[in-house]
Design a protein around this ligand. Structure first.
Ligand SMILES: C[S@@+](CC[C@H](N)C(=O)[O-])C[C@H]1O[C@@H](n2cnc3c(N)ncnc32)[C@H](O)[C@@H]1O
Length: 198
């Protein structure tokens, strides 16, 4: 099972050193249509950077208690309920207007990814939106090297099983999602996609 507790204290620093401002820009993208009264599920939210840019009713799930502890210290205008558990263990009693997945879907093996996508579909309102921030398939030698280095690092520190990024856009389209909007930086290596179910 993945465990991000050991790297939680240095996670943001690491992200900043490797990717700098562009990754934070992508994380803030495409959130403006979310309204204060909307129900939002943030999955694998990590240290909670996103919370500083959300104003809504948020259920926030992360399996690392250290990540949750950092997220709880963030300044946010949202009303947030924290769930320290795996997404697969969450038993929501509502369906969400938005589900936000930042650099989370890339953690799962192909088999588990299909199950997680089914789960997300079951938690999203038919009119809802899935907002995914994640890596694309590397297109340059540098991106391939970076992808290899990141996977090696996370395999050693968090028990990550994957060896390379999935083509998430294609996987989500194959699983019934429709692409509504996309912005990207670094030639599509870092993306923000908005998907709907219809
Ligand atoms: C790569 S980090 C991304 C953190 C944050 N979203 C960001 O963009 O900076 C992945 C996060 O997912 C959490 N995580 C891993 N597996 C999980 C699961 N099955 N359910 C919920 N959270 C999980 C980890 O604890 C970690 O905080």
């Amino acid at each position: 099972m993945l465990n991000y507790n050991s790297i939680a204290p240095i996670y943001d620093l690491l992200k900043n050193c490797v990717f700098g401002k562009p990754i934070f820009k992508i994380q803030k993208a495409q959130l403006s249509e979310i309204q204060q009264e909307d129900l939002v599920l943030v999955i694998g939210g990590g240290t909670g950077y996103l919370l500083e840019h959300l104003h809504a009713n948020v259920d926030y799930v992360d399996s690392s208690y250290r990540m949750i502890r950092s997220a709880q210290r963030r300044d946010t205008r949202s009303s947030v309920t924290f769930h320290c558990c795996r997404l697969e263990e969450l038993k929501p009693i509502v369906k969400y207007d938005y589900i936000i997945s930042d650099f989370f879907l890339d953690l799962f093996s192909d088999e588990d990814l299909a199950k997680v996508i089914d789960l997300i579909k079951s938690m999203l309102r038919i009119t809802g939106r899935l907002i995914v921030k994640d890596f694309g398939v590397p297109k340059t030698c540098y991106q391939s090297w970076l992808s290899y280095s990141m996977h090696t690092f996370f395999r050693l520190t968090t028990q990550l099983k994957r060896k390379r990024f999935a083509d998430l856009e294609s996987v989500l389209l194959r699983n019934g999602f429709k692409l509504k909007d996309q912005v990207f930086v670094r030639k599509g290596f870092i993306n923000s996609w908005v998907f709907s179910l219809r």
